[in-house]
Design a protein around this ligand. Sequence first.
Ligand SMILES: Nc1ncnc2c1ncn2[C@@H]1O[C@H](COP(=O)(O)OP(=O)(O)OP(=O)(O)O)[C@@H](O)[C@H]1O
Ligand SMILES: [Mg+2]
Length: 303
Amino acid sequence: MRIGNTEIELSPPAAGTVEWIGGEDLLEQVLACWTVVTPQDRPLCPRLVGRPGMGKTTLAQAAAQRLGRPCWIVQCTADTRPEDLVVTPVLGTGGEIRYRASGLATAVLEGGVCILDEANRMPEKSWASLAPLLDHRRYLDSLVAGVRLEAHEGFRCCVTMNEDASTFEVPEYILSRIQPQIELRYPDPEEELQILQYHVDFAPESLLRMTADFLQESHRHRLDYSTRDGVHILRYAIRLHRVLGEDLEDAFHRAVAQVLGPDAEDFEKRKAALIDDRFTDFGELFGLEGLEEDDEEEEDAAG
Ligand SMILES: Nc1ncnc2c1ncn2[C@@H]1O[C@H](COP(=O)(O)OP(=O)(O)OP(=O)(O)O)[C@@H](O)[C@H]1O
Ligand SMILES: [Mg+2]
């Protein structure tokens, strides 16, 4: 695509389709955010928040699918630089410099959907380059290519974030641009069973039920076991059963232990460990851990 005098290569959209089971209200909330009410209005960029494996990326992709627009998923990390989000220079075969648009920039130009996945892992500098895109200005500046990318009217965006301590690092002026927050929840028993069945459609009924019941019980204990963990447990248990000839129930317990840890079925113990971890995180937040280390160092020096 030509922007001014600069030729920019576009990125291909995400391949394949996803199936979003249950949680219709969540899907509707994302679609409502993307609706434009009057010609002067602009869409919202919601943030989807929840623990790992709860279905944030799948929900966003399913919403894009429902909208009927191509979707680009940009995996954000601590190493994501501002230009990675916009345009990066690449060396052509003849030694010339070519410019390649990121998934976000391509969605901006083509009027597609961009999912900024696990965006809370990005450094502030990268967030800063998104500020004009996420407010009324709706453009991205590429410093590398020296061009401004004005968003196509069909451009839609959403952000996914894991509910962990690093969420605190998102600067306030950005948080105010990625509104509203849509919180994922664990599926109800019927949905859980359907999701597991969809992903492992060859699993025996009894194994599906065992896994779904186990996950539901863990949700009641507010443990962080996810649907994704359930899928892994199922897939491994079936292999233990079919390949190694283990009894289905034994296979299930072994799979749980190997996917989630040896005491994963001891919910009380796991809950206590989770609370311990949270206290440690809390201590780190206030620098308590550093103090302990300093004390040890002082003792070492004295000794
Ligand atoms: N409601 C649902 N319908 C269909 N599949 C689901 C649903 N919820 C979760 N899943 C499945 O659970 C798995 C994890 O989902 P996904 O990768 O979207 O989670 P996530 O919240 O983005 O996780 P992470 O934080 O690790 O990126 C996927 O295989 C996904 O398809
Ligand atoms: Mg994800």
